[in-house]
Design a protein around this ligand. Sequence first.
Ligand code: SF4
Ligand code: SF4
Length: 136
Amino acid sequence: MTEKKYKLRFNNSNMHDSVSYVLVSKFNIMPNVLQAKIDGSGGRMILSMKGDEKDIENAISYLGSVDISIELMDNYVKRDETRCIDCGSCVSICPSFAFEMDKVTQDVLLDTSKCLACGFCISACPTHAISLKMNL
Ligand code: SF4
Ligand code: SF4
């Protein structure tokens, strides 16, 4: 079981398709819509997909076949190392343990692959060192 996040782009003809329903019923994926936006040019969505690697691959192929463009979002949490003061506020608030304090050096380490893009750490950081690359 793995979880990955993707940016989806819909055009005016497929923007009302029920993507979540298809992902669950056909591909055994657990989808979670993190952001969604519709405007004159179509729709955009940031979607988390949880499931087996093969099922996610099949789901991506399906989305491509119905003309929904899909882009993997990785490394979307970023930290400005020059601003970080290793205070640890982000460690206690992060639900996915993406931040961890090194027991020896007391440095706060960040594993971006664990991030769920919840955004909690952004408001918790006193020096505004953290940002999310989540713009639709
Ligand atoms: S956005 Fe959420 S999951 Fe990602 S590092 Fe910050 S607190 Fe953790
Ligand atoms: S909350 Fe901000 S300053 Fe504190 S350890 Fe985390 S990134 Fe660094």
